[in-house]
Ligand binder design. Structure first.
Ligand code: NDP
Ligand code: ZN
Length: 180
């Protein structure tokens, strides 16, 4: 049987291959994998999460949404629990953008504990990016709108992890000052 850490490393390696041709939207166009790795790192190092299924779901969280990866692949390699969490944080891309964003706000309180942690890490990483390395062409107003939407999602995740919530609040506050 595989050790927990072996499963996490396999998930990180799998995600790196799936995202290999993608870049983040910021000016410095970082390799995409830096973001899922940051989410897993936030959970482990800020949130104190040691559950390797949750950390694997964190590093895999954008594979189904943003690459050709299927749920069956994730289920086969990493099991039902990891696959379930990844699916919980995967948007339905057939819906218009505004509807997808509204659904994230509405669904947040109903996510499983593990999926709430992944979602929190995702919002922290994205707000940090908007603050330090925003997507090309985003006006201060658009950056501010993004942060306020993120804060509405995080409002539905409260109670999941105090340290992660605190990190989000600090970044959101900094962003509000920068983009006011
Ligand atoms: P996008 O969804 O297009 O981009 C944000 C997403 O991109 C993040 O959630 C993140 O998702 C990913 N991402 C990749 N690189 C970065 C990075 N460097 N920094 C931050 N995020 C990054 O944008 P919006 O969320 O703004 O969605 C579009 C909405 O914006 C529409 O609903 C529209 O109404 C509105 N809009 C507003 C405008 C304005 O000026 N106010 C103008 C045009 C549209 P992941 O974690 O999945 O990678
Ligand atoms: Zn993400």
């Amino acid at each position: 049987m595989k050790t927990d850490i072996a499963k996490f490393i396999e998930a990180a390696s799998f995600a790196a291959k799936k995202h290999r041709d993608q870049r983040r939207k910021g000016n410095d166009a970082e390799p995409y994998i830096n973001h899922p790795l940051e989410v897993a790192s936030l959970l482990a190092n800020v949130g104190g999460i040691a559950d390797c299924d949750v950390l694997a779901a964190a590093v895999l969280h954008d594979t189904i949404e943003d690459t050709e990866t299927t749920a069956e692949e994730i289920r086969g390699k990493f099991g039902e629990r990891v696959c379930g969490m990844v699916l919980e944080v995967t948007d339905d891309k057939s819906l218009p953008k505004a509807e997808r964003k509204q659904k994230q706000v509405e669904h947040a309180p109903h996510l499983s504990g593990g999926a709430k942690l992944v979602k929190l890490g995702d919002k922290i990483s994205n707000v940090r990016d908007v603050l330090e390395n925003p997507p090309d062409g985003w006006s201060p107003e658009r950056c501010r709108e993004y942060v306020e939407w993120g804060a509405r999602v995080v409002a539905g995740l409260r109670g999941a992890n105090a340290e992660l919530e605190k990190r989000f609040d600090e970044l959101a506050e900094k962003a509000r000052r920068k983009f006011q």
